[in-house]
Design a protein around this ligand. Sequence first.
Ligand code: SDX
Length: 428
Amino acid sequence: MSKDTLTITDNRTGRTYEIPIEHDTIQAMALRQIKVNEDDFGMMSYDPAFKNTASTKSTITYIDGDKGILRYRGYPIEQLAEKSNYLETAYLILYGELPTKEQYDEWEYVILHHTFVHENITQLMKGFRHDAHPMGMFIATLAAMSTYYPEGREISDPDKRIKQIHRLIAKLPTVAAFSYRHNRGLPYVYPDNDLSYTGNFLSMLDKMSEAKYKPDPVLERALDVLFILHADHEQNCGTATMRVIGSSHTDPYTAMAGAAAALYGPLHGGANEAVLRMLMEIGDVKNVPDFVKAVKNRERLLMGFGHRVYKNYDPRARIIKQVADEVFEVTGKNPLLAIALELERIALEDDFFVERNLYPNVDFYSGIIYQAMRFPIAMFPVLFAIPRTIGWLSQWVEMLEDSEQKIARPRQIYLGEGERDFVPMDKR
Ligand code: SDX
């Protein structure tokens, strides 16, 4: 009769150990009993970049990388992108269930009425250089927000926690829009609480002298769908950072500044910006073969391709391509699309990419849409961070409420010098 255990024989001692298997996983701490001498520390697992290490149990997001499946709380991303909106999906990700009409109306009202930031924050933002990268402004302002809401440090109080969550979801589009207006030397536009979540964001970005901004409904919906697609993605680099920083029990503003900092990297959420710069550098479809050759020679990365988990087409990239067509109806086609499509065509049939399971990820096409919507390239990581706010916060709450979690503190394999005595300067 098969048992849910792993039997390990340590050939150094001949001893065997029976280790329980749960969820097709073993507890790393179960390895510590494996020793040669009684006073040994015991065995550890070694996993740089956590390629094969589960750091948590979670009920929020499910990804099947081989099948290209993504579900938030069990709902397929394709259905949410088609039938839901960002605020409804945010409620689902945080609370685990789709809201009733009454729950949704209350949630939407609270979020849409917390959109203003303290006036001092606009002064703080005006201190940045005019050409400061908006993601740098976003991260710095996010961290500074912790000084405006000191009650955020009371992380064990659910009522205090949800107030910070409302504030962060509501105010970060405002901070993002202010950074955009700052870069353009334009006055900051204050929130218009009559508009939808994405309609208000577009108003704060683009409103000029008109009395009331009217968002284009196609662009308003396209942004909403893009926000749904970026809302959460289980234990990605940014979310893992949120959990690690949050595990020391700091406030959510400070933890999220760290998560956003991780997202900013070109290997992560900063890839959407890097994709556009790559496409602009390639410049013309006729230059694609030379660029692909440089990638295969390991001189360049094909930004927007590859994924630690997806070894198939990122389901979000598939949906984004559909959204692109709708946006281009309004904005006109982005000429860089032809280069992107040619890169994808080649990559999907070339052994170098096929053997490495390199497919377009969420960042490959999103930037093409954002550029067509006239967002500056530097804004793209900020457009990733805004919707990911709910993912970071929901995973943070799950970590705080998980009795198996403690402050994160990995071990190491020390390969440095043994003990040695200090050498005076004149003897070195
Ligand atoms: C996001 O984790 C998440 O869920 C993230 C995210 C989210 O929603 O939060 O999905 C968002 O970050 C998407 C990824 C955006 N990043 C990029 O598009 C940057 C380009 N991609 C690569 O840097 C890379 O694919 C990563 C970082 C995404 C994944 O890297 P891995 O899992 O560490 O894979 P790897 O580096 O071990 O690559 C395996 C092989 C290597 O070749 P070999 O040494 O085995 O011969 O594939 C090659 C790599 O050199 N490779 C690439 C490549 N990605 C991997 N070669 C060329 N171009 C690439 N993009």
